[in-house]
Design a protein around this ligand. Structure first.
Ligand code: URA
Ligand code: SF4
Length: 212
């Protein structure tokens, strides 16, 4: 049984308040604001990025800098806006100088994200970049597996490039835009039907050893 929207909003707010007080990893020291994430508590679509950058740390909101502008354009391209999606990150405080989050920081922070996902219970989780991808595709290489969905436990997981990586390397734009178009089809799939797990890959036929 799912809680009412109001209960889910209250539980997300309680998590955001915990995050605002959190000192479980060294990233708490240099932050201006924590960035717990934002969007509807019953969003069917959830985006998970990496970590707050300069502007996110200033404003306490995810994806409000250049990457966020590009994400907004990509969403608009498939007829969606921020109001339709929940957006958050694997770490909720800005790493100094926008460096990559470190493993102990990811581990210290992951409980918040796990709890947010449990409350929101999205039908599709779209990962942006390597760090959120690694939660669901631990051995995946982003250049190889971006744009390839995995259906598991009634949910679709869909890895995409990080918008910042595409801004740094504009040659990735056509692939990013194609991946976003495919996301629309997956969103429609996720909204319209139960999601069976992907079939395991066909086993290789046994090699017939010829003795003669
Ligand atoms: N990049 C991210 O991964 N997250 C943000 O919130 C902003 C930029
Ligand atoms: Fe706490 Fe996460 Fe911020 Fe680290 S990054 S201080 S674990 S909220």
């Amino acid at each position: 049984m799912t809680d009412s929207l109001e209960e889910r909003e209250a539980r997300l707010k309680a998590i955001a308040e915990e995050i605002a007080r959190c000192d479980k990893c060294p990233l708490h020291r240099a932050r201006t604001h924590t960035v717990p994430g934002s969007g509807p508590a019953n969003a069917e679509i959830m985006f998970i990025g990496e970590a707050p950058g300069f502007h996110e740390d200033q404003q306490g909101e995810p994806f409000v800098g250049a990457s966020g502008k590009y994400l907004d354009q990509l969403l608009a391209g498939i007829g969606l806006s921020r109001r339709d999606v929940f957006i958050t990150n694997v770490v909720k405080c800005r790493p100094p100088g926008n460096r990559d989050p470190l493993r102990p920081e990811l581990e210290a922070c992951e409980d918040y994200l796990n709890r947010q996902i449990a409350i929101i219970n999205p039908k599709i989780i779209i990962t942006l970049g390597r760090f959120s991808m690694a939660r669901y595709f631990p051995n995946g290489r982003i250049t190889r597996i971006h744009g390839q969905p995995k259906r598991k436990d009634g949910r679709i997981y869909y890895p995409m490039f990080h918008p910042a990586a595409v801004l740094r390397n504009p040659r990735l734009r056509p692939e990013m835009e194609a991946d976003m178009k495919r996301a629309l089809a997956l969103i429609q799939e996720a909204q319209s039907e139960d999601i069976p797990d992907d079939e395991p890959p066909e086993p290789e036929p046994p090699v017939q050893m010829s003795l003669f």
